[in-house]
Design a protein around this ligand. Structure first.
Ligand code: IMP
Length: 487
């Protein structure tokens, strides 16, 4: 047999989300009791397996804050300057925390007018006043400056050190809360025995903690967040690592000698966990994990994205479900499945697709399209014939590529073709609404399979193949649906 005929005879079947279903199994708990907590990287857990794509019409700081509050995590896009990306990350980390470490301060000689400007630009209402670097000498709040002469100095309007309520670094959250309630203050500076400012606890943060019990948080109570980077841009990675929990190497084809070498170097230089992607085959995953120590996660799927034209223009693809299976097989072979998470990325249209990806071995699902339609995504909102839509385009589209080329000297295009389209997706309401729908659907799906949590889904899931004609039967059919029905 000739080598080409041999290739044809050994053609692999590549299943996509549209081909498979999950078969029912015995349920032992009710859907609402199903636990969706999962790993997004080797050492980071999130409460729901939902990750947003690093795209400039999907994940900016607003979406990352909203998604982390609900229990998922956002990966900040990199289609902007390093400074802008760092600022987005800082915003997420500052959105809430048990103790703010990165405190914005003013000096005694700052003017009231400058302090107002700082308060407005960071949207905060109290600033500790420090001199000689970190020595706390007072606190100034919105109430102190609101009606004051703009030219006055902060030292003339602040609450001075003698009247300050402060706590030491050992204070517990309950003690801090009691202190603030007793003295009717909203901000509690944390100092050491030399009166050096070590942090700030605010009543607002403590209240937010109660308001978002599902939030994905770090050890200091701050929201979890990730950022996309190029493996060739160490400078960006170094600047971001202070403010993010995970860095996601964001290239279309990770299985590339230069990318692997650059990532190997980068992983050694940064302290944040690094996720590699995108990967599509078992060989790619095996090579990645054997050559680069400390890879903390795998982002898999090539060609399935709703805005993606890679599969059309190049005829090369590793659809998300296939790539997930490939990665799961590789991890199993290395004894690392469950240890290093797989993030299934691209082509997810609904909760059923998420359930399939998780059942195939993924720990979480990454979504662009579904989150692009939310209120918090950065894309523009428009109305077309009475319906609302939000702008959404691929990071390989002409639009995104030209924006990137203008901004980032590291992303000199290695190819001369567009691999993405631009368009509009239906407006879906807030991130909270979308997450609620996804959570309910996923729990229902896992309930039918009989899995109490994601690791159990990996064990219990059984797949069925639906031949092309069959897919019509398992969706609404033979009925006229006026509008908004499932298609
Ligand atoms: P979606 O959720 O189906 O819209 O897929 C989003 C995913 O598509 C992203 O997380 C990326 O992996 C991928 N992607 C983003 N932009 C492009 C592009 O321009 N071409 C190909 N894939 C893209």
């Amino acid at each position: 047999m000739g080598r080409f005929l041999n290739k044809v005879l050994n053609i692999e079947t590549v299943y996509t989300f549209n081909d498979l279903i999950l078969l029912p199994g015995k349920a032992e708990v009710e859907p609402k009791e199903i636990e969706l907590k999962t790993k997004v990287s080797k050492n980071r857990w999130i409460n729901l397996p939902f990750v947003s794509s690093p795209m400039d019409t999907v994940t900016g700081s607003d979406l990352a804050v909203a998604l982390a509050r609900e229990g998922g995590i956002g990966i900040l896009h990199r289609n902007c300057s390093v400074e802008e990306q760092v600022e987005m990350a800082r915003k997420v980390k500052r959105a809430e925390s048990t103790i703010i470490r990165d405190v914005i301060v003013v000096k005694p000689d700052t003017t009231v007018s400058e302090a107002i400007e700082i308060m407005n630009s960071y949207d905060i209402h109290g600033l500790p006043v420090v001199e000689n670097g970190r020595k706390l000498v007072g606190i100034v709040t919105w109430r102190d400056v609101r009606y004051s002469d703009r030219q006055l100095k902060i030292k003339d309007v602040m609450t001075p050190r003698e009247r300050l309520i402060v706590a030491t670094t050992e204070v517990s959250i309950d003690e801090a809360k009691r202190l603030m309630q007793k003295h009717k203050v909203e901000k509690l500076p944390i100092v050491n025995n030399k009166w050096e400012l070590k942090g700030l606890i605010t009543i607002k943060d403590l209240e937010l903690r109660g308001q978002y019990p599902m939030a994905s948080r770090d050890e200091e109570g701050r929201l979890l967040v990730g950022a996309a980077i190029s493996p060739f841009d160490l400078e960006r990675a170094k600047k971001l690592e202070k403010y993010v929990d995970i860095l996601v190497v964001d290239v279309a084809h990770f299985h590339n000698e230069n990318v692997i070498r650059a990532t190997k170097k980068l992983v050694k230089e940064v302290s944040a966990e690094v996720i590699a992607g995108n990967l599509g085959t078992k060989e790619a995953v095996l090579e990645t994990l054997t050559r680069i120590e400390d890879i903390a996660g795998l982002r898999v799927g090539m060609g399935s994205g709703s805005i993606c034209t890679t599969g059309v223009v190049t005829k090369v693809a590793a659809p998300t479900l296939y790539a997930t299976l490939q990665a799961a097989e590789a991890l199993d072979e290395l004894g690392l499945h469950g240890e290093i998470p797989i993030i299934a990325d691209g082509g997810i249209k609904n909760t059923g697709d998420i359930a399939l990806a998780l059942a195939m071995g993924a720990s979480a699902a990454m979504m662009g399209n579904l989150f692009a339609g939310t209120k918090e995504s950065p894309g523009r909102l428009i109305a077309i014939q009475g319906k609302y839509y939000k702008e959404y385009y691929g990071m390989g589209s002409a639009r995104a590529r030209s924006k990137r080329a203008n901004l980032d000297r590291y992303s000199k295009p290695s190819k001369d073709i567009d691999e993405g389209v631009e368009g509009w997706v239906p407006y879906r309401g807030t991130v909270k609404d979308v997450v609620k729908e996804l959570t309910g659907g996923l729990q229902a799906s896992m309930g039918y399979v009989g899995a109490k949590n994601i690791p159990e889904l990996w064990e219990k899931a059984r797949f069925g193949y639906i031949p092309p004609n069959g897919s019509q039967e398992i969706r609404p059919h033979d009925i006229l649906i006026p509008k908004g029905g499932t298609n």
